[in-house]
Design a protein around this ligand. Structure first.
Ligand code: SF4
Length: 113
């Protein structure tokens, strides 16, 4: 009986440890790619003015120089912007493999929700 209780306690403790580790691991999943994503975005070449997509979307690296913008709209607060908060530049879903300026803007700007 004593041995049975000891084995049960060991199993219960192991189960608790496993649950703690799984819970912690699941909680950290959303943060797993952040440093990597930021590092990758920092290495991306900036979209240039002669980029065909940039021309089509009227992209500018400074939102203040765009006409017809919603006040305060810029890449940094666009839902397509992939850069980290406070970054000077980052990826954009509409410019795969390239970075846009956080202060930039294009006609596909969509408010971050
Ligand atoms: S879609 Fe958004 S983040 Fe991308 S260039 Fe246009 S305004 Fe900037």
């Amino acid at each position: 009986m004593f041995q049975e209780n000891c084995v049960k306690q060991v199993i219960d403790e192991s189960r608790r440890q496993l649950l703690k580790r799984v819970t912690l691991g699941v909680a950290l999943i959303p943060f797993a790619g952040l440093p990597l994503r930021a590092a990758i975005a920092a290495d991306l070449p900036l979209v240039t003015a002669d980029d065909p997509t940039a021309k089509a979307l009227k992209y500018v690296s400074d939102a203040n120089k765009a006409s017809g913008t919603k006040p305060g709209s810029k890449c940094a607060n666009c839902s397509n912007y992939q850069g980290a908060a406070g970054s000077a530049q980052g990826g954009c879903l509409l410019f795969p493999g390239k970075a846009v300026k956080a202060a930039g803007w294009c006609s596909s700007w969509t408010a971050k929700t």
